[in-house]
Design a protein around this ligand. Structure first.
Ligand SMILES: Cc1cc2nc3c(=O)[nH]c(=O)nc-3n(C[C@H](O)[C@H](O)[C@H](O)COP(=O)(O)O)c2cc1C
Length: 226
């Protein structure tokens, strides 16, 4: 690349003494601050955008962005097609990594762990909360399969729309059995704070015992070089 732009990262970083008492509380704090910023300024347009990396049967990595729609003591989670490429990868190898990044805030969070399918009641509650058009698209799309054309997709959408018309009710479209979600049961959570001269902060929470993200005793803290 010829036109290199260099931005000095002028964030305040993160220090050990300002960490929240548990990993969950710290992640929530940064997510909440990103959401607040997204409401106040246009420079954090999608604060929940989560890049999720999986590996295929040949150990070839793959990555895509989803929306983090779950965050509790068991880990961050997202909804997707379970027969999609990511779903196929995770069924064969649940090891997963993911990151949230808010460049305008000079912050990122990195998760590593194991993916688990989200409970069906969570999936059903979330699916029925989505707008009708999104629920119809879930039926119309065999996520990650080849599509012959845009017209073919539109036809599949129109067919699903005719089958389950919009009645204004949340249960007018059934939940597809190929639609679900994953939770990342974390073994490591890294908080990255960009600072001047590329001397960034990296605080890493590593699982040392059984326990949730709300269980401080299950985690040890160390700092990593930038
Ligand atoms: C900002 C953003 C948010 C997205 N959110 C989701 C999501 O929540 N769930 C999903 O399945 N795909 C989402 N996508 C699409 C995915 O990036 C991806 O194209 C899709 O999940 C298929 O990935 P796969 O073929 O690797 O399984 C999103 C894309 C972007 C750019």
């Amino acid at each position: 690349m010829d036109d290199v732009t260099r931005t000095d990262y002028t964030g305040t970083g993160i220090s050990e003494d300002e960490l929240a008492p548990t990993p969950l509380q710290q992640v929530r704090r940064w997510v909440d601050e990103a959401v607040e910023r997204s409401r106040a300024q246009p420079d954090v347009p999608e604060p929940h955008a989560l890049s999720v990396a999986t590996v295929d049967a040949d150990s070839m990595p793959d990555v895509r962005t989803v929306l983090m729609r779950v965050l509790d003591e068991r880990g961050p989670g997202f909804y997707t097609g379970t027969t999609s490429t990511k779903g196929v990868h995770l069924a064969a190898n649940p090891q997963v990594a993911a990151s949230l990044v808010w460049p305008a805030m000079f912050r990122a969070i990195r998760f590593r762990g194991r993916a688990e399918l989200l409970e069906r009641d969570l999936v059903e509650d979330y699916f029925t909360s989505r707008p009708w058009g999104s629920r119809i698209s879930a039926w119309a799309s065999h996520q990650s399969q080849p599509a012959a054309s845009r017209a073919e997709l539109q036809r599949a959408y129109d067919e699903a729309a005719a089958r389950w018309p919009d009645t204004g009710s949340h249960d007018d479209v059934p939940v597809p059995d190929f639609w679900g979600g994953y939770r990342i049961v974390c073994d490591e959570v890294e908080l990255w704070g960009g600072r001047r001269d590329r001397l960034h902060d990296r605080l890493v929470l590593t699982r040392v015992a059984e326990g949730s993200l709300e269980d401080a005793a299950a985690w040890s803290l160390h700092r990593r070089q930038p």
